[in-house]
Design a protein around this ligand. Structure first.
Ligand SMILES: CC(C)(COP(=O)(O)OP(=O)(O)OC[C@H]1O[C@@H](n2cnc3c(N)ncnc32)[C@H](O)[C@@H]1OP(=O)(O)O)[C@@H](O)C(=O)NCCC(=O)NCCS
Length: 159
């Protein structure tokens, strides 16, 4: 297969909008956290597929933070962007917001998802590089390197 070219984060970025419906609620009349997690994981997966142009699996979800709740009829915006790539792994930052009718966005969740590109047998395969274009992307990359070291330490400890 031809080698996939390096890409800019903007090329794989995703913005998805959901309407919170009754079937999305938990017993406390808020958006069920597991449902939001599904939307987050799905968005991160799409970004990773766009970046590597192949199959991916989610290896880990870390730094997931529920900041505020969302409620029935809220409009939830999920924005996912590639922040860091390793050899076969890709880190995607996913920010979720509730959007008001005037367009104001209030953050409700931030997560970093670690995905791995795999071949048809599920073996990790090399991913294209990430072309960083501005200061905020370079800062995310540096923070991504630190998160990678922390993940490696946790893995060593068997977590
Ligand atoms: C993810 C998976 C392919 C990694 O396999 P593995 O044998 O550990 O592969 P490797 O040790 O070569 O690691 C591959 C990459 O994943 C990273 N990785 C593996 N486990 C990780 C973890 N728990 N946290 C963070 N990164 C991890 C490694 O750092 C490596 O990254 P790099 O190539 O950029 O350096 C394998 O564990 C797997 O298939 N897990 C199940 C995935 C799944 O079913 N997800 C749910 C549905 S999508």
């Amino acid at each position: 297969m031809a080698q996939v070219r390096d890409k800019r984060p903007e090329e794989s970025k995703i913005e998805q909008i959901y309407h919170v419906r009754p079937e999305h609620m938990n017993g406390a009349d808020r958006l069920f956290g597991g449902r939001l997690l599904e939307w987050i994981d799905e968005a991160a997966g799409m970004v990773a597929i766009r970046h590597c142009e192949g199959d991916v699996v989610t290896a880990a979800i870390d730094n997931l933070r529920f900041i505020r709740g969302a409620y029935k009829n809220d409009m939830v915006v999920v924005i996912a962007k590639m922040t860091y790539v390793g050899n076969t792994s890709m880190e995607v930052r996913v920010d979720s917001y509730v959007e008001s009718l005037d367009g104001t966005r209030r953050p409700i969740n931030r997560a970093y998802i670690l995905l791995v590109a795999v071949d048809k047998e599920g073996r990790p395969t090399k991913v294209p590089g990430l072309i960083l274009e501005n200061e905020s992307e370079r800062a995310e990359w540096e923070a991504g390197e630190k998160r990678r070291q922390m993940r490696a330490m946790r893995k060593e400890e068997g977590f």
